[in-house]
Design a protein around this ligand. Structure first.
Ligand SMILES: *Cc1c(COP(=O)(O)O)cnc(C)c1O
Length: 356
């Protein structure tokens, strides 16, 4: 299919056919396509100034950072562009923090990550991917990462040492199949980090910003991370906007000149980002996701034992796991497309280790 226009939850292809877009740009379109408030903010800013570089300040950067910190209950904001850049920035920050604050000898800091992770596509990030298709052929890889099974607290604790800078994980693993970890796991990760004097980094790029029915997926468990990576919906589906947000004592280790971005925090990004923050501050999208998500999951669960092995996820975010012997995910997605519903198949290769 070839899309030519879109509005709200609907897209139209070149033949004029309409489809319900359930993928929602992998959470980049949490407010729907072309939300009027977001388009208006972008159009208005296009008539003023779009880019200054970070050599010069501009009049929206301070407000954007303050409002994003307020929204997320954090103290400091590092604006970037793509999600992968936010994750890279969090990795750099955690290493610097370990070397400068925790006292880990320079160049030996380790970051513990989870099997089945998806954090982006840069060479460092694919270095700790467990998806062979994402890795194969792209080496040599960046060292300093330890992979443990997702959802297994004992394995996590066993992997942590005095060199551990951080644990980096998705509160709900998106690309692994929209996997929600076992109850208590995320609070257990927090406790393990506290015990080891390590940072907890939550990659909320896909799970955050209302998709699961809360602002952040970690909010379901009342757990606070030291750093969060945000992206996707932060740009309202209009342009790439990402950020690392977190505690001042952590993000503040970066000194001027040690990190940067030509486009990060540009005026257009800040204008759209502030409009996104205003939508999220209203709580409307979180409650819509809770309400419609409960309905979606109730209805999807009726398919279990009718060709569906299980339905995972939270809010308006669901993974439908097809029972062995059924169609491939690709076939199911194409059959749904024929009925005017867009979703995306996935072939998680590493969810077997998830305790259930
Ligand atoms: C999409 C995604 C990323 C990478 O974001 P890009 O904007 O594609 O670089 C990182 N982490 C998670 C959890 C994601 O879903």
């Amino acid at each position: 299919m070839v899309i030519t226009s879109a509005e709200g939850a609907w897209v139209t292809d070149v033949t004029g056919r309409r489809y319900l877009d359930l993928l929602a740009g992998y959470s980049a379109l949490n407010f729907g396509h072309r939300h009027p408030a977001l388009v208006a903010a972008a159009v208005d800013q296009l008539g003023r100034v779009t880019l200054t570089s970070r050599a010069f300040h501009h009049d929206l950067l301070g407000a954007f950072c303050r409002e994003l910190a307020q929204l997320t209950g954090t103290e400091m904001v590092l604006p970037m562009n793509t999600g992968a850049e936010a994750v890279e920035s969090a990795i750099k920050t955690a290493r610097l923090w370990a070397h400068r604050v925790k006292g880990v000898p320079e160049g030996t800091a380790e970051i513990v990550v989870a099997e089945g992770n998806f954090h982006g596509r840069t060479t460092t990030i694919v270095s700790f991917s467990t998806d062979e298709v994402a890795r194969a052929g792209f080496g040599p890889f960046t060292p300093g990462f330890i992979v443990v099974p997702y959802g297994d607290l004992d394995a996590l604790r066993a992997a942590m040492t005095s060199r551990t800078a951080a644990v980096l994980l998705e509160p709900v693993q998106g690309e692994a199949g929209v996997l929600v970890p076992p109850p208590g796991y995320l609070a257990g990760v927090r406790a393990a980090c506290d015990d080891a004097g390590a940072l907890m980094i939550a990659d909320e790029i896909q799970s955050g910003l209302a998709r699961t029915g809360e602002l952040l997926a970690l909010d379901h468990d009342d757990v606070r991370a030291d750093l969060y990576t945000l992206g996707k919906a932060l740009g309202g589906g209009i342009l790439p906007v990402s950020a690392v947000v977190g505690r001042h004592a952590v993000l503040g280790v970066l000194r001027p000149g040690e990190h940067g971005s030509t486009f990060g925090g540009n005026p257009l990004a800040c204008a759209v980002g502030r409009a996104v923050i205003a939508l999220l501050a209203s709580g409307e999208f979180q409650s819509r996701s809770r309400e419609l998500g409960a309905y979606l999951h109730t209805r999807l669960r009726t398919l279990v034992e009718h060709g569906v092995a299980q339905v995972t996820g939270r809010g308006l975010w669901a993974g439908v796991h097809i029972a062995p012997g059924g169609p491939t995910g690709r076939m199911a997605a194409e059959a749904l497309m024929a009925r005017g519903v867009l979703c995306k198949e996935n072939m998680p290769r590493h969810c077997a280790s998830l305790p259930r």
